[in-house]
Design a protein around this ligand. Sequence first.
Ligand code: KG4
Ligand code: ZN
Length: 375
Amino acid sequence: MQGNGELILAIETSCDETSASVVAGGRTILSNVISSQSDLHAEFGGVVPEIAARSHLEALTPVIATALVDADVTFWDIHAVAATLGPGLMSSLLVGVAEGKAIAAALGIPFLGVNHLEAHLYSNLLDQVGGSAPPGPDGRAEAGEPRTDGRAEAGRPRTDGRAKWPAVALLISGGHTLLIHVQGDGDYAILGGTIDDAAGEAFDKVARFLGLDYPGGPEIDRMALRGDPGAVRFPRPMLTEPGFDVSYSGLKTAVVNHVRREEAAGRAVSVADIAASFQQAVVEVQVAKAMAAVEHSGVDRVLLCGGVAANSGLRSGLGDACAAGGVELYIPPPELCTDNAAMVACCAHALLARGTTTPLDATPDPNLALVPPRA
Ligand code: KG4
Ligand code: ZN
């Protein structure tokens, strides 16, 4: 069971992506099929839980079948099955967990219920073929060769996975914005987080207000490439306050107020400039807090993960700060930043190595925490 090439079949259905993946040895992605529901939710401007659950039900079995075919394996080659146990939408989690448990029971192999947040952390440990370099200031990716000497150049994201602990992780997604001191496998200390909206939620809400499509993060990212990040000086919430917490609801309101004021005054509003200026405010705050967390924790390594880690401004902003500070930076390629089952398999492999499996009567927990609250 603990051999290097053991195959894990993982399932991710916590929100609006139905994904299944086969990963060998916890690192080598043999397949990673992602079926996004975003078109179904777009007309509502956000995820509708009933639609999400029904769509997972329809998509999951074919997605798993494709993951097996793409990996060129059958159910009988699989050593363990993993599914996201939480946090997420209860009705969506249930679909993946029920199917994962059923497959594990039918095959008589271990089942692992994985914490979605921990899985995002492990996205930095997956091997990458080619990978992606951080975009330059004009948004174009720099041509970057993956390094092969096992060490990341300071400030230059590793492109072939294999991050190491201890590190500071910035987990930044649609549901969470957390700075975490990763001390070891399964050993996490939360340094700070958002006190209101998650960063991805703020991107999505601002995008919706600006009339951009759902999900808004990638749309703002794209618009920002054409805008001037210095056009509007939006507030940098909590930038100068001690600690590692951030807040985004005030920034969102500042964008709304600015646009309404400009329109009321009859001045033309450039959506590109607003997008670039909003993104710049988020990036400045997150980069400053991440670098402060590095200093506080005494580590020399940063891991970026979660859907917003796909943001070109954040990737290059954090890249510059880490380069200036002589800090190693690891960022998964964009397709492994947003929700996917490969990261679930990678995390499940580490759980197995720790001797952990999940009983088949375990139920999903929509509020599952990364660090269990003290009793
Ligand atoms: O990790 P994820 O796929 O799902 C959650 O666990 O929440 O993150 C989704 C979030 C959405 O809010 C989406 O708008 C945001 O990640 N996102 C981005 C970008 N790509 C995805 N935000 C900013 N820039 C992007 N390029
Ligand atoms: Zn996620």
